[in-house]
Design a binder for this molecule. Sequence first.
Ligand code: CUA
Length: 190
Amino acid sequence: MTDLAAPPAPDPAAEHAERVEHRWAGVMVATVILMVAIATFSGLHDAAVPQAQVETIDPRTLHLGGEFIESNLGSALEPDGSVTVRAVGQEYSFTPSCLLVPADTQVTFRMTSADVVHGFLVMDTNVNLMLVPGYISTLRARFDALGERLMPCHEFCGVGHEGMWARVKIVDKAAFAKLTAQHRRLSCVE
Ligand code: CUA
């Protein structure tokens, strides 16, 4: 006859499993706490510390002089072999409307807006910027594949937003160098 009141014999396997479960639960809680701490810290840090480099510009006088005057827009070859591309977005176009860049070269985009916030995106690449009036947006990129890419405005900017787009033409490095001998600023606007 069995004694029903006797406590069940401890099962070492079940005890072990429980310890493992507790340990993993602890790891999960610690991970969540760590992630929240990182998000909190970086959020507060971003809010409290100004960006290392903010360049401002008066959007009302872009066309009158300075870096973004029309004759200075387009691609420029720098002494170190890199290329700087300057362009302006405005309702509802980009100037120049076709950007010419060499492949396998460091390209620095310097862009701004003459009126409202626009978006600058080169399709199938990670080139993606906001063009905010009053500020110069800068991005460094490198293109490997030759060809043409669409460059739509991706920030709703008014009734003509849908029709606001340009093109980026990536050409061979040597062909680009040849063109720079003839022109101070390059674009592929025809
Ligand atoms: Cu410019 Cu949308």
